[in-house]
Design a protein around this ligand. Structure first.
Ligand code: SF4
Length: 270
């Protein structure tokens, strides 16, 4: 039996791999729960890169087994009440975002990254924030993490051109650090309005920041994945960020489990 302290150490290593340099447990019980969690997996000793050369390659080693039971909380009836951007379409939002100076990140950006995809996509992917390549190009999820995302989407029969892809914050945090609370708070109205315009059938939140921002909860990603949440009535699935998968291929299998839940929801299954 694995030493609980070793499990906790592994979990904190996972957080570090996700770019977090500190973590505050919400309760003593959370630490105890983590130490007993079968989802707490050690990073590979020598992870190496995940090859992003096709959906089948991405799925390799991830058997198509029956998914877990889906727990759907009671839907919220609070449908975008009081949205300050309520009359804006996606193009207008893009213009506002590119000119925005509502938080300190505006001084760091080369390009703002509003997001891209069809105005009425069935699936909406939400990440954390732009990285260096995204900042250079003004597009979300480019580079190796973007290629891996493309493979993940293809594996669930949702090719990237059919998906709207956005981030919680639209400007790059320096050094790829996590966005801070006030930056997220300043930027969230844009994401809320994008979701209200697109009205996706399913939201896929990739990474802890996206999950916590949309669900307004704090907790480890392992406690939020593998189930269906609701964001203002829209089914929301949480999984790992592709950049985290590049660092730790051990998370490929749980990610596949999560995106299959999204695929089942898109197909109208519950
Ligand atoms: S991160 Fe968001 S709120 Fe901050 S400057 Fe960029 S667009 Fe504006």
């Amino acid at each position: 039996m694995t030493d609980p302290r070793e499990l906790l150490a592994r979990y904190l290593e996972q957080r570090w791999a996700l770019g977090e340099t500190s973590y505050t447990f919400s309760s003593e019980g959370e630490a105890v729960e983590l130490m007993a969690s079968p989802n707490t997996q050690a990073p590979a000793q020598q992870p190496g890169p995940v090859r992003a050369d096709g959906a089948e390659q991405w799925r390799k080693g991830a058997p198509d087994i029956p998914g877990p039971g889906i727990d759907i909380p009671v839907p919220s009836t609070d449908l975008f009440v009081g949205d300050p951007l309520a009359d804006k379409d996606l193009d207008q939002l893009g213009e506002l975002i590119r000119a925005c100076d509502q938080c300190a990140l505006c001084g760091e950006r080369t390009n703002a990254v509003p997001g891209e995809g069809p105005a009425h996509a069935d699936l909406m992917v939400v990440g954390e924030g732009p990285g260096a390549k995204e900042d250079q190009q003004g597009r979300p999820f480019v580079g190796r993490a973007g290629e891996l995302l493309n493979d993940i989407l293809a594996a669930i029969d949702c090719p990237r051109p059919t998906v709207f892809i956005a981030n919680v914050v639209k400007c790059r945090p320096p050094g790829n650090r996590n966005p801070e609370g006030e930056e997220i708070a300043a930027c969230l109205p844009y994401l809320y309005r994008q979701i209200a315009v697109i009205q996706p059938k399913v939201i896929l939140a990739m990474g802890t920041v996206a999950a916590q921002a949309l669900l307004e909860v704090r907790g480890p990603l392992s406690s939020m994945r593998n189930k269906v949440h609701r964001f203002r009535g829209i089914p929301l699935v949480v999984t790992y960020h592709p950049a985290a998968l590049l660092r730790n291929p051990n998370w490929k299998k749980p990610t596949w489990d999560d995106v299959r839940i999204a695929r089942r929801l898109l197909a109208g299954e519950r």
